[in-house]
Every structure is written in structure tokens, then in C-alpha cells.
Design a protein around this ligand. Structure first.
Ligand SMILES: Nc1ncnc2c1ncn2[C@@H]1O[C@H](COP(=O)(O)OP(=O)(O)OP(=O)(O)O)[C@@H](O)[C@H]1O
Length: 288
């Protein structure tokens, strides 16, 4: 499989906190979901891979370019698009002006070609019609699509998306899911999210990060399989459950260590994620 991004031993410290503690991974074309609890280091990893901050230790390449060198950094930046957690829109800019501004920062110097590219990416995210509207007048979902359009400028081979569906209503989230899937058809996309459902629906690969370390790397099916035989139905929250709750039909769904003879249920990716996090203090898990 083609490796588009390759990282070895990435470490990033903020004072006494290791936001990243020796992260190694390979990313291939398609959509990779990055899951992890709050403070796991997801944003830190995305910032490093998007070349917004250099790692303290470790190395990585984006489409063969090494951002540790000035020429490599420029080439890597041209090869990637980044949608940060807080996109930093200027509310008084129109959608067109904002994306054009990002295109200027990406050094698209020919004005006519740049404007064509800005129109192309705005149309790709269904915002062609509202490109003249000020960003402050757009809905949250539209603003996120403006940010996605900005990340798509120059048709980058590697797309870094930091929680792009936060705060969107279900319809907008599904629309965004379609756009991410489309982008991942011919690109490598790294999608940080808290939505296990988005990962199950959208991603070909998944990485689970906790306390700055990779705890799982594999396919969504492999992550789901971690919970095989570990989810059961009962009439109460079982003492052996890592989590358990009363469901809509009045029975309890328990995840953890089932008692003998328990009535097992089909696991979900969320169950697998929960159990991978549960073991994070004693082992580092990687799907073979
Ligand atoms: N600028 C900073 N200064 C100091 N500490 C920071 C800074 N940015 C992140 N950290 C710390 O680094 C660790 C990882 O943070 P990071 O934002 O990368 O996690 P995350 O997985 O993206 O979290 P969330 O899901 O809440 O967005 C946390 O302990 C956080 O407090």
C-alpha cells in the first residue's frame, strides 16, 4: 500500500506535559480517523503533521517531503491542506475573500488562476451561490464548509481535518461526511473526531491516541472486533461492566467482562474504542 505520510517517534512537549510521546504511524490514501479522549494529543499530532509546529523529537515525511528542511517544509506545505479546530475566519470577509486570502498565503500568485481555483473549491463544497456573502452571515455548517474549501485550495494530496463536524446538526454532519468521503477518494485524509459513528461510517483506517501514544492502529472492523464477546445484555448494570446503561427497550447494555452464560450482543466500534482505552495503562495495542 502506498505510504503518503510516514512518522517516526514524534514527541512534542508543552512544559512538563508530553502532548505527543513517541508517535509513529503510516497513512495511506483514504480516510483515517483519529480518535482519543480530550487531551490525548490529537490536535498536537495534526498541528505537527500540518507543519504548523515542529516536533521536539522524531521525524516525518509528507508525500516524500521532509519538513525538517526549509525546502522540504515548503514542498510539504504545498502538498497538504489543513482545517484547524478554530479556522480563524475573518467574519467580515466574504466566503470568496477568505478562501482567496488563504490561496494567497499558499502562494497562488497568478490572480486569474487563483480566482478560478477559489471558485472551484467553493463549488466543490456547494458554496458557489453564497460566495459573496459575509462569513458572519453564514450558518455554522456553511462556515465549516468555507474552512474545508480553504483546505482544498491547490488540490493537496494530504488533508488534515481537526474535528470538522463539531457543533453541526445531523443533516449538516451527513453532508460534511459526504464531502470528506469524496475528498478521501483520491487523497489521504486524517480526520480527528470524537464521533465514533463518523469513523465507523467513513473511515478505512483508525488510529486511537491516548496520553500522547498510539494505542491502536487498524481498520474500523478490527477496532470493533476488540469488543467481540465483551458486550452483553442484562437486567441490570453488571459489576463486571466497564460501562453499562439502560437502553430504550428497558434492558441493560453492558461492555466489559461478561459473566458466564451472558447473552452476548453485536459490538460496535464505540465498544471497541472503549475497551482499547480501558487497557491503555498496561499495554500498547496495535492490530497486526
Ligand atoms: N499550547 C499549549 N500549551 C500548553 N499545553 C498544551 C498546549 N496545547 C496542548 N496542550 C496540552 O497537551 C495535551 C494534548 O492536547 P491536545 O490539544 O493535542 O489534545 P486533543 O486530543 O486534541 O484534545 P481535545 O480532544 O480536547 O481537543 C493536553 O494535556 C493539553 O493540555
Amino acid at each position: 500500500m502506498t505510504t503518503i505520510v510516514s512518522a517516526e517517534g514524534l514527541t512534542l512537549r508543552y512544559g512538563g506535559t508530553a502532548a505527543l510521546d513517541g508517535v509513529s504511524l503510516r497513512l495511506s490514501p483514504g480516510v483515517t480517523g483519529l480518535l482519543g479522549p480530550n487531551g490525548a494529543g490529537k490536535t498536537s499530532l495534526l498541528r505537527v503533521l500540518a507543519t504548523a509546529v515542529p516536533p521536539d523529537r522524531g521525524a516525518f515525511t509528507v508525500l516524500g517531503h521532509d519538513p525538517a528542511t526549509p525546502d522540504g517544509r515548503l514542498a510539504a506545505r504545498r502538498a497538504l491542506g489543513y482545517l484547524p479546530q478554530t479556522p480563524g475566519h475573518h467574519p467580515d470577509f466574504t466566503a470568496f475573500e477568505f478562501v482567496d486570502y488563504v490561496a494567497i498565503l499558499k502562494e497562488l500568485t497568478d490572480r486569474a488562476a487563483r480566482h478560478r481555483e477559489v471558485r472551484r473549491v467553493l463549488e466543490a463544497v456547494d458554496l458557489g451561490e453564497v460566495r459573496g456573502k459575509r462569513i458572519k452571515r453564514l450558518s455554522g455548517g456553511m462556515r465549516q464548509r468555507v474552512a474545508l474549501a480553504a483546505a482544498l485550495v491547490g488540490d493537496p494530496g494530504f488533508l488534515v481535518l481537526d474535528e470538522p463536524t463539531v457543533g453541526l446538526d445531523p443533516e449538516q454532519r451527513i453532508r460534511f461526511r459526504e464531502l470528506i468521503a469524496e475528498a478521501g477518494e483520491d487523497r489521504t485524509v486524517l480526520l480527528s473526531t470524537h464521533q465514533t459513528e463518523d469513523v465507523a461510517m467513513l473511515c478505512q483506517y483508525v488510529v486511537v491516541l491516548a496520553a500522547g501514544r498510539v494505542h491502536f492502529e487498524g481498520t474500523p472492523a478490527e477496532l470493533t472486533a476488540r469488543a467481540a464477546g465483551r458486550v452483553w445484555s442484562g437486567t441490570r448494570r453488571d459489576p463486571g461492566a466497564r460501562a453499562g446503561w439502560r437502553t430504550g427497550d428497558g434492558t441493560f447494555r453492558n461492555v466489559g467482562h461478561p459473566p458466564a452464560g451472558a447473552q452476548l450482543l453485536e459490538p460496535t466500534l464505540e465498544d471497541g474504542y472503549l475497551l482499547v482505552l480501558d487497557t491503555r495503562h498496561d499495554t500498547t495495542e496495535t492490530a497486526a
